[in-house]
Design a protein around this ligand. Structure first.
Ligand code: PLP
Length: 401
């Protein structure tokens, strides 16, 4: 018999498992609102024109080879990624206080940052919002940090529990790490206002809490790359330290290319260079060095003014389509007279709406309407289209009446 005979079957991933179930459904009307990937009005995945153009340029450049990248990845990519999130004129960058390493998309950037902190930071407690992207708990826990939650979402208002957030961060042990979603909080779609961010910043700096930003949706939330980086830039502008994990999965549509970056903003250039030397020791035994193709696409686009501008236009079009789906769904529920207040659908930000539907209602919608979503009632607005909004509205209406 197998030496692995005792292996217990693991449950499907709560998010990716939704797609597994969807793929098994033979209904022609089935609709997948589970996974966070952009779809066109026709329900198709999208490769940006500017990405196709960059890939063509890379293919035509016969000087390009497939050698290994350095442990920290493509130098141009790292510099340009730091500028993208911190701003082109960021003093921290000019003072060489930022170290950036190319990682395997947002997830890999979070994991490398977590491994570094577990090895070198004095306070091994990280606070993550309740709720948060399900992978956060595992990423930080498996890296060896002790994971605690801070209050974030208030189901009663379907908005931010700002008082609870301030109380929990205020009571956190000094030096604790705090995971913050830079924008478009997943799964709730609820972000602090600028004024609330400023209060969070003051509280965190006064208590010496270390910010770790997860930026998976820059430009994808509002359509503006600068606006969506506002929270991060506020924390960097005060001269303090922080970490930031960036993903190009959503905003450049590079999901499967696995391209992202971890930046650490330090007090001095000397500290930053020592930090980088240790990040290399974290990375080398995990995957040696990152893949070259996706980072080359990103660098090609970010360093060329025309291509950068073309990207921002395509990015805004994606953000605008998602925002228009919010309005369409809200209008469709209003037209049906669906009981309840659905204004959170248009108030929430980014790829997801946290509908407030419970597990039973979600199961009903999947069984009766072949609509798939995570069991917490989170739906991907990016997976909706003008054609499918009425189907979803019918299903929600039936589920709550
Ligand atoms: N962080 C958040 C909040 C996310 O929603 C996601 C993707 O869904 C990620 C990080 C990481 O995604 P990826 O590793 O594909 O860049």
């Amino acid at each position: 018999s197998s030496v692995f005979a005792n292996i217990v079957r693991a449950p499907e991933d709560p998010i990716l498992g939704v797609t597994v179930a969807y793929n098994k459904d033979s209904s022609p009307h089935k609709l997948n609102l589970g996974v966070g990937a952009y779809r066109t009005e026709e329900g198709k995945p999208l490769v940006l024109n500017v990405v196709r153009r960059a890939e063509q340029m890379l293919v035509n450049d016969s000087s390009r080879v497939k050698e290994y990248l350095p442990i920290v990845g493509l130098a141009d990519f790292n510099k340009l990624s730091a500028k993208l999130i911190f701003g082109a004129d960021s003093p921290a960058i000019q003072e060489n206080r930022v170290t950036t390493v190319q990682c395997l998309s947002g997830t890999g950037s979070l994991r490398v940052g977590a491994e570094f902190l577990a090895r070198h930071y004095h306070q091994l407690v990280i606070y993550i919002p309740n709720p948060t992207w399900g992978n956060h708990t595992k990423i930080f826990g498996l890296a060896g940090l002790s994971v605690k939650a801070y209050r974030y979402y208030d189901p009663a208002t379907r908005g931010l529990d700002f008082q609870g957030l301030l109380e929990d961060l205020g009571a956190a042990p000094s030096g604790s790490i705090v995971l913050l979603h830079a924008c478009a909080h997943n799964p709730t779609g609820v972000d602090p206002t600028i004024e609330q961010w400023e209060q969070i910043r003051q509280l965190m700096r006064s208590k010496g809490l270390l910010p770790f930003f997860d930026s998976a949706y820059q430009g994808f939330a509002s359509g503006s790359l600068d606006a969506d980086a506002g929270s991060v830039r506020m924390f960097v502008a005060d001269g303090g330290e922080c970490l930031a994990a960036q993903s190009y999965a959503k905003n450049m549509g590079l999901y499967g290319e696995r391209v992202g970056a971890l930046s650490m903003v330090c007090k001095t250039a000397d500290v930053a260079s020592r930090v980088e030397s240790q990040l290399k020791l974290v990375i080398r035994p995990m995957y040696s060095n990152p893949p070259i193709h996706g980072a080359s696409i990103v660098a090609t686009i970010l360093k060329d003014r025309d291509m950068y501008n073309e990207w921002t236009v395509e990015l805004k079009a994606m953000a605008d389509r998602i925002i228009s789906m919010r309005q369409k769904l809200f209008d469709a529920l209003s037209a049906r007279g669906t009981p309840g207040d659905w204004s959170h659908i248009i108030k929430q930000i980014g790829m997801f709406t946290f509908t407030g539907l419970n597990t039973e209602q979600v199961a009903f919608m999947t069984k009766e309407y072949h609509i798939y979503m995570t069991s917490d009632g989170r739906i991907s607005m990016a997976g909706l289209s003008s054609r499918t909004v009425p189907l979803l509205a019918d299903a929600i209406h039936a589920a709550v009446t």
